[in-house]
Design a protein around this ligand. Sequence first.
Ligand code: CP
Ligand code: NVA
Length: 304
Amino acid sequence: MSDRDFLSIDDLSRDELQSLLEEAAAVKADPRAWADRLRDRQVALIFEKASTRTRVSFEVAVTSMGGHAVVLRGDELQLGRGETLEDTGRVLSRYVDAIVVRTFGQDRLERLADAASVPVINGLSDFAHPCQCLADLQTLREKKGELRGLSLAYVGDGNNVAHSLMFGGTKLGMDVRLACPTGYEPFPQVVERSVELAAESGGRLTITDDVERAVAGADVLYTDVWVSMGQEEGDRRRTFAPYQVGPAMIDLAGDDVIVMHCLPAHRGEEITADAIDGPRSVVWDQAENRLHSQKALLAWLLEQ
Ligand code: CP
Ligand code: NVA
């Protein structure tokens, strides 16, 4: 078995990403047909940060495909007492068929993945949230059909979720527009790579601090928390206030705009209650699709 990892959306070629999204749709349409895909397979899930969706959807994905999930908090492993990531990766590879990790720096994931001989999946890092992006792209296909040419305005912090949307969207030929306050832009290397991906796919990438420029006529309006896990110091509310997704911003977007949020949401901060709970919101479908897309991801990685 190979140990193909999934640490970033950019670890997949365009064809692999597209076929994974097709598989995600297939598993959603007929979950029973997938009931044995992970029979006798073991998956470890390590969480160094809080989680509701990732933790539950991965455990349910594994068990409902006939496998077994071992869910571990970082502080209950010897990792929390100084055992190295490398030793943890080597040892877990002797017990399980894949490892899902939610952690801080991407370097932590890379160290574990380099030492592990089984696939390692990024369940969120400070750098990227590729599993969320898979579910988001699945949701976009359901709601909008063809992704090529679709305009997605991401408004808020240029964070892990933004990075993965930039990679995934530009890889598939979308028009990705980010409106971020000065000082909260995405990482330069993500911008640089996404520009390359857009050039290859016929997509577009715009980074601006001007909400109107990003949102005007957009097919999709996406936001995430202003304060990601591990970045709690300081008060960002004043800086981010003009970036709140609410009725006025929705009016600026296209007539059929849908509103997306990876959750957890803070109503009254990055999004108003009427926007997230209103008729344009697809956030519950996004959350559900974590389950289906991760089933497709696990089956694909474990069958390499
Ligand atoms: N969207 C997401 O990853 O949610 P959790 O933090 O609850 O896993
Ligand atoms: N950007 C958020 C996403 C949570 C799913 C965070 O990293 O906390």
